[in-house]
Design a protein around this ligand. Structure first.
Ligand code: HAM
Length: 418
């Protein structure tokens, strides 16, 4: 059998890896500005953690887990993490922070695994950059997170539409759930097969039906069932977003695919990634810390789909970004020694330098330098060695000049700054 990569898994090579790295770096920069500190958690956890948080009836847990028995302990099923939130909550409780110092702000970056049907923007391994805030129950915290995502997407030059909703809390959600259940039973013959399964187990997911969007649009809306404190909470979020000039739409059908949400939920939608248009998603999960054995501490957060964002960015930019400032061409062994010396000096001067293989002719090497997108080709042969000079060829306009070896770094820096 050919040892090819698995379906839904990606090799990110060159510009593709750079695009993902760029999104990560940009998210880190913005998160640091919000005084959020990094948390690194394992890729592997007990399956039960996800069953008790993401939800046993969620598609993620029901259909998409990479789970397997632990060889050391047959009672334990392990799972590759499909999302970061449960692991961060577990780590927070494990460290005793829920009791000793509950107000915490974390960000994380890394791969997640979901056995989904692969398509453009949907992978079985993908990276999330997530933020989780604990100990803040106020609406300003939710608004601040959305404002942070807006700052992040503006920095990338990406257009998105923010959709927000409130799913209510333990006080008002049961009535909404009951209304959906009754609506579902009344429309049983029109519901798709998946919705039949969802109806009794997780009626909120009826709103998420992609098979009959028109029918789902006639279902009860959470907004009509919110209790006063939940209504006040979402109104404050909306008010603060308006004041911060973050445009958003209210989408009363935004239920999210994970079970832990209470009150505010939101997504950032981009039309640059095809059907998989949610590039960032999150919301409040006030009961989750307690449900996982911790204190009653509020939680709220979001996760950025890093590959989806990268897909939405201009790919050409990352091809150019990787190009060397200079490609050095050494003709012969003696020239190679000098060339390596020059490369070291230029790198110390913070230039990006690639030494080309000495095994080809000058013409082929110049073609290669051009293909790499190098700004300059620096050519050193016997003549240049004898005169202590280097041929400096500007590949953007093919102008070539002979310059003293000692002036190269200064010349290149000056030319590149221009
Ligand atoms: P999620 O909506 O499941 O939420 O995922 C967040 C984002 O991850 C999605 O909007 C999407 O951009 C990206 N994503 C999800 N699945 C895939 C996939 N198969 N391929 C590529 N990208 C994908 C969560 O995971 C929550 N933990 C977010 C959160 C944090 N809520 C509160 N705190």
């Amino acid at each position: 059998m050919a040892l090819t990569r698995l379906r839904g898994f990606q090799d990110l090579i060159g510009p593709d890896a750079r695009a993902v790295g760029f999104v990560e770096q940009c998210a880190r920069t913005v998160a640091e500005r919000y005084s959020i500190s990094e948390i690194r958690i394992p890729l592997l956890e007990r399956l039960e953690l996800y069953q008790r948080s993401s939800g046993e009836t969620s598609d993620v847990v029901e259909k998409q887990m990479y789970a397997f028995a632990d060889r050391d302990d047959a009672q334990t099923t392990l799972a590759l993490r499909p999302e970061g939130t449960p692991g961060v909550v577990r780590a927070y409780i494990d460290a005793g922070l829920d009791r000793s110092d509950p107000e915490q702000r974390f960000y994380y970056y890394g791969p997640m695994f979901r056995r989904e049907r692969p398509q453009k923007g949907r992978f079985r391994q993908f990276n999330q950059f997530g933020v989780e805030i604990f100990g803040r129950a106020d609406a300003a915290c939710d608004a601040d997170l959305i404002i942070m995502v807006d700052e992040f997407r503006r920095e990338l030059g990406l257009e998105v539409e923010f959709q927000v909703n409130s799913l209510g809390d333990a006080t008002c959600r049961p009535a909404f759930r009951q209304a959906l259940l009754e609506w579902g039973r009344a429309h049983l013959d029109q519901l798709c097969e998946d919705c039949h399964a969802r109806l009794e187990r997780n009626p909120l997911r009826l709103l998420d039906c992609k098979t009959d969007v028109k029918l789902a649009a006639t279902a009860p809306s959470s907004a009509d069932y919110l209790c006063d404190p939940c209504r006040k909470h979402i109104e404050t979020v909306e008010e603060l977003l308006t004041k911060a000039n973050v445009p958003y739409v209210v989408n009363p059908r935004l239920v999210r695919g994970l079970d832990y949400y209470t009150r505010t939920t939101f997504e950032a939608i981009s039309n640059a990634v095809g059907a998989q248009s949610a590039v960032v998603a999150g919301g409040r999960y006030d009961g989750l810390v307690e449900a996982l054995g911790g204190a009653a501490v509020a939680g709220t957060g979001f996760a950025i789909g890093v590959e989806r964002i990268a897909l939405a960015l201009d790919a050409d930019r990352f091809k150019r970004d990787g190009a060397p400032d200079a490609a050095i061409i050494a003709m012969g062994d003696r020239a190679t020694v000098t060339a390596m010396d020059l490369a070291r000096e230029l790198r110390t001067a913070r230039l990006r330098v690639e030494m080309l293989s000495p095994e080809r002719g000058l013409k082929a090497l110049l073609r290669r330098a051009d293909r790499l997108g190098a700004h300059f080709a620096l050519i050193i042969g016997d003549n240049e060695l004898a005169q202590s000079v280097v041929q400096v060829r500007d590949l953007r306009n093919s102008a070539q000049q002979s310059l003293p070896r000692a002036d190269i770094a200064m010349h290149l820096r000056a030319a590149l700054i221009r």
